[in-house]
Design a protein around this ligand. Structure first.
Ligand code: GDP
Ligand code: MG
Length: 165
């Protein structure tokens, strides 16, 4: 099976920024005003001699609470179906939100490896915030605090990620 990594999570957590770091090409369409990426984007990456594809999902949720849940379910299912590994991205500046909990609920149904990625861990204070995401009860043994804008923590994440291939 191909090595495919799907990046999922609610809008604005930094999925597209991480995607761009991983593929080292600006392929995702970032909309800095709304944090919305409308389409799914695919890119190629490599680390430690292993090659893999990355999917940047939209995390675009709109409308009533009903639609919300339906949209989240759809995006997570698509990602789960296609991916061999899932990166579930949350945000250390905003902390744990209800939408994160909704995504987590959906992600719990997969047997595939889910890595919890706490983005925007730009400094030590923010890194400590990452601990609150253990409440979601997801992921491998650990949460990976990263900063997609500076790149810190991404190497450690990738070291563990490629062990799944
Ligand atoms: P997406 O909606 O999940 O794809 O999120 P984006 O990648 O579009 O990022 C949303 C916002 O968060 C943008 O303004 C980014 O510049 C910002 N952002 C992304 N990564 C980081 C990070 O590591 N630290 C900080 N402070 N901001 C970030
Ligand atoms: Mg995006």
């Amino acid at each position: 099976m191909a090595n495919i990594v799907a990046i999922v999570g609610r809008p604005n957590v930094g999925k597209s920024t991480l995607f761009n770091r991983l593929i080292e090409e600006r392929k995702a369409i970032e909309d800095n005003l709304s944090g919305v990426t409308r389409d799914r984007h695919y890119g190629h990456a490599q680390w430690g001699g292993k090659f893999f594809s990355v999917i940047d999902t939209g995390g675009y949720v709109t409308g009533s609470d009903d639609l919300y849940e339906k949209e989240i379910r759809k995006q997570v299912r698509l990602a789960i179906d296609e991916a061999s590994v899932i990166l579930f991205v949350v945000d250390c500046i905003d902390g744990l939100t209800d939408l994160d909990t909704e995504f987590a609920k959906e992600l719990r149904s997969t047997e595939k490896p889910v890595f919890m990625v706490a983005n925007k861990a730009d400094n030590l204070d923010k890194m400590l915030m990452a601990n609150e995401f253990y409440a979601l009860g997801l992921g491998e043994d650990t949460i990976f605090p990263i900063s997609s804008s500076s790149g810190s923590g991404i190497g450690d994440l990738l070291d563990e990620l490629i062990k799944k291939f």
